[in-house]
Design a protein around this ligand. Structure first.
Ligand SMILES: [Zn+2]
Length: 435
């Protein structure tokens, strides 16, 4: 390989194309190419075709040595010389470039990987490659959909997690739009995303799922949402339901927050401000007591003494701690005992928020205790929620749920990405070796 064109063709790496010229500007490398095909036969009648003319097609390819690359394909148009043949004229095609596409296939596949695997913004890739947003999104849809739809992506699932995330924040036109994520707690992957968070939304999904696959699910972990509990029926009636510990503690934390805000308002007549005693201990109140050091505990008690005249917030804090204690129990029997104590304690309280916490605990008693037998928790789900949030942040607010679902599943859905060969590593040279 010693002539310039041969070198250029080797660098280009598109079999079936010949490089005519390489021109560089400040902003891109332009490679003029044509196909190496010298003759073609009519698709309709099989007669040897005549060359009619050429048309110029501009295509974006992977960046080349740090610069965006443009291929200018001098695309040949063929003509059938049989006069009455219906084929008339047609243009040549290549497996590397789809008809009408402005990206080569390899650039589209790489864009899909960047948006999916690495959760990079579509707009960023569009900018980098020099194409419009939809060109990249279409490549993600085209190359990503088969990966997401691959029946081998989700295997047998024995522990299913269900969790909601917000899909669209509320605005003038609509309230917050939620989505429900279904998670394989064994493999820590998102199985699917469903628009909405109602019982019907969840039920519709289970209705369409393979009954044999659903039959393999033994445990379902959810947050304390009645809609999810209802939506599991009838297709997941055979499963053991678990209330996710993270969400149980969160319900208790919410009770503390509610009481703190109300007491704050009643004693001071305004919402929490920086110097207010209860506002200052708001985070200490939510931390587990085992995580408070002596100084933290002193500060918290002082704040309560100053800001909580009727010990209402203290009561809420104790109730919250009694819920946390359930998860410190060593045996299921101890857990049941502690939970029942918590429920009774809350039920007899004078503070409405604490009584309401007690009702929630009572209504979810079986599910809360099921955690101790099954060990199932949405802990991994919360990790996945972070992934989902990452995708959402980089999407700057999705309008299309399908695109959102596709990108979440590409990022956190356990995709097997096409193998990309790893080049041998060139080791770092020590600074004095080339002196
Ligand atoms: Zn023909």
């Amino acid at each position: 390989m010693n002539d310039g064109i041969g070198l250029a063709e080797m660098l280009l790496g598109l079999p079936g194309f010949r490089v005519l010229d390489v021109v560089q500007s400040d902003v891109e490398v332009v490679v003029w190419i044509e196909s190496t095909v010298s003759r073609a036969f009519c698709r309709s009648c099989g007669v040897l075709a005549e060359a009619q003319d050429r048309m110029r097609v501009d295509i974006r390819d992977l960046a080349c040595f740090g610069r965006p690359a443009r291929l200018v394909w001098s695309k040949r148009r063929w003509r059938c010389r049989v006069r009455l043949c219906p084929a008339r004229t047609w243009t040549e095609h290549s497996s590397h470039v789809d008809a009408q596409a402005v990206l080569t296939r390899r650039a589209g596949i790489e864009a899909c990987r960047q948006v999916g695997e690495n959760a990079r913004p579509v707009a960023q890739l569009a900018d980098e490659l020099g194409v419009c947003w939809w060109t990249i999104m279409n490549a993600v849809i085209e190359h990503g959909t088969p990966l997401v739809d691959d029946p081998d992506r989700v295997g047998r699932v024995t522990q299913l997690g269900i969790d909601e995330t917000s899909f669209l924040a509320a605005n003038r036109q609509h309230a917050t739009v939620y989505a429900t994520g279904l998670i394989d707690l064994g493999r820590h992957i998102v199985i699917d995303m469903v628009e909405g968070n109602s019982a019907d939304d969840l039920r519709r999904w289970t209705e369409n799922a393979d009954p044999a696959w659903l039959g393999g699910i033994a445990v379902v972990a959810t947050d304390l949402a009645e809609s999810f509990r209802a939506g599991l029926s009838p297709h997941l009636d055979h499963t053991r339901r678990v209330a996710d510990p993270f969400h149980v503690v969160r319900v208790a934390n919410r009770c503390v927050d509610q009481v703190r805000r109300r007491v704050q308002n009643e004693t001071l007549g305004h919402r929490g401000r920086k110097p207010d005693p209860l506002y200052r201990i708001r985070k200490l109140l939510l931390a587990g007591s085992e995580r408070l050091d002596e100084r933290g505990a002193d500060r918290m008690l002082l704040g309560l003494r100053v800001g909580d005249p009727d010990d209402e917030l203290l009561g809420a804090w104790l109730a919250k701690e009694s819920v946390r204690d359930v998860y410190l129990a060593d045996t299921p029997a101890d857990a049941a005992l502690l939970l029942d104590k918590a429920i009774v304690g809350c039920a007899g309280d004078e503070v409405a928020e604490i009584r309401s916490l007690g009702n929630t605990l009572k209504s979810w008693r079986a599910e809360i205790l099921a955690h101790h037998d099954t060990g199932a928790s949405n802990g991994p789900t919360e990790g996945l929620n972070l992934c989902v949030k990452k995708v959402k942040r980089c999407g700057h607010g999705f309008r299309s749920f399908n695109n959102y679902r596709l990108r979440v599943l590409l990022h956190a859905g356990g995709i097997t990405w096409p193998h990309r060969p790893r080049p041998p590593r060139i080791r770092t040279r020590s600074p004095h070796s080339d002196a």
